[in-house]
Write a protein that binds this ligand. Structure first.
Ligand SMILES: *Cc1c(COP(=O)(O)O)cnc(C)c1O
Length: 379
């Protein structure tokens, strides 16, 4: 039987066609027809008021840090169990990162610990909807409002996912999505900033367009465009938006298929009565967008054994984040607090292959290998 990789990018079939159209439309730089089509899609489907496609989620996070006017000495609270870009975007502006531990039932940030981390220097809270599973946003927004803080949602993994029925990415002041090829909806590299707080609307567009009021100029609102603020080249070329649009047209199909795979994993593993591993748990307020299927192992040795066992049969499962508070770059900048849950996910979490093209018999093969491993490990 063929190897089963951890991820395989899925093509809907229209990507090359739309790229061809973009190429021959005569405008292939940014903010053209396909960029606008993507913005409209998100506006229609999720009610996002202002969307700005970016070349990555990393860029969208960097835009957020500029918009919030993050300066040397400001403190930003975020989970340690996340991708480097969540933190790096704010560190680039001079922020000190105050890392928060993860929940006991989920790798997302433990909302009950946030308030104790707030000081007079705190400027923002960055939540990460790990695995597309919502943080408790009512709680986070309430804390932020009481302390006059901004909330940024790192919604990189959270497309088409909901908190109490509200789309993720539409709740914080700002939100960042990713369309990297490892996410549900892809454009190779790619991302999007969503601006929910109207006070940022004007400046977001300027920062996006290299610090110029070019967008206002093209709408005829000003008679020449000039350098009005800081900014950078955050907008993607039409080639990327064209690719993305082909994916968005098939979002429902992609999501339906991924959820089907996810459910199959869950039911086969639940049926296996496993010891040594724990299946993912969703807080009651969160939806499941089938971004990943992960297992929590009882120890890192168990995880290593399981990954090796799967690899022997050509199945590629992988671990995930190393705690940022223990990273070579941040270790000596961290305030020294222990973050035991973060470390537990860092050591014990393993992600299984999950992509559109997976077949039911491949998932069964994987779940049987896992059940086999669990049974032999404890005997
Ligand atoms: C993937 C990811 C990012 C980075 O996304 P890019 O589009 O690759 O820049 C940031 N944060 C989280 C939580 C991610 O999963």
């Amino acid at each position: 039987m063929n190897n089963i990789p951890f991820n395989k990018p899925y093509l809907t079939g229209k990507e090359a066609h739309y790229i061809y159209q973009a190429v021959y439309s005569g405008k292939i730089s940014g903010n053209g027809i396909y960029t606008k089509k993507c913005h409209e899609f998100f506006n229609d489907k999720y009610g996002f008021e202002q969307c700005l496609l970016t070349t990555s989620c990393t860029d969208a996070l960097e835009m957020a840090a500029i918009l919030l006017d993050i300066k040397e000495g400001d403190e930003v609270i975020m989970p340690s169990y996340t991708f480097v870009s969540t933190a790096n975007a704010f560190v680039l502006r001079g922020a000190k990162i105050i890392f928060c531990d993860s929940r006991i039932d989920h790798p997302g940030m433990d909302e009950s610990q946030i308030e104790a981390l707030i000081t007079l220097k705190t400027k923002a809270i960055v939540v990460v909807h790990y695995d597309g599973v919502a943080c408790d946003m009512d709680l986070v927004m309430d804390i932020a409002n009481r302390h006059n803080l901004y909330v940024v949602e790192d919604a990189a993994q959270a497309i088409d996912s909901y908190y109490k029925g509200r789309p993720l990415g539409g709740i914080g002041h700002l939100a960042a999505f990713s369309f990297h090829e490892t996410k549900n909806i892809i454009s190779g590299e790619g991302g999007m900033l969503v601006v929910n707080a109207p006070e940022f609307a004007k400046r977001a567009e300027i920062i996006w367009e290299k610090g110029t009021n070019r967008s206002a100029f093209f709408r005829g609102e000003v008679d020449k465009y000039s350098w009005v603020d800081v900014g950078s080249s955050f907008l993607p070329s039409e080639l990327i938006s064209a690719f993305l649009y082909a994916q968005l047209e098939n979002l429902d199909d992609i999501q339906q298929k991924r959820k089907q795979h996810w459910t199959q994993y869950e039911s086969e593993l639940k049926g296996g009565g496993l010891t040594g591993i724990q299946l993912p748990q969703l807080p009651p307020f969160a939806s499941n967008n089938a971004h990943m299927f992960y297992l929590l192992c009882e120890s890192s040795q168990f995880r290593e054994g399981l990954i090796d066992h799967l690899k022997t049969s050509g199945v590629y499962a992988v671990f995930h984040y190393l705690s940022l508070h223990k990273s070579p770059f941040y270790l000596n900048k961290h305030d020294g607090r222990e973050l035991p849950e973060t470390d537990r996910y860092s050591e014990n979490l393993v992600r299984l292959p999950l992509y559109y093209q997976l077949e039911a018999n491949q998932i069964t093969k994987i779940t049987q290998l896992i059940i086999q491993f669990c049974n032999s490990y404890h005997n």
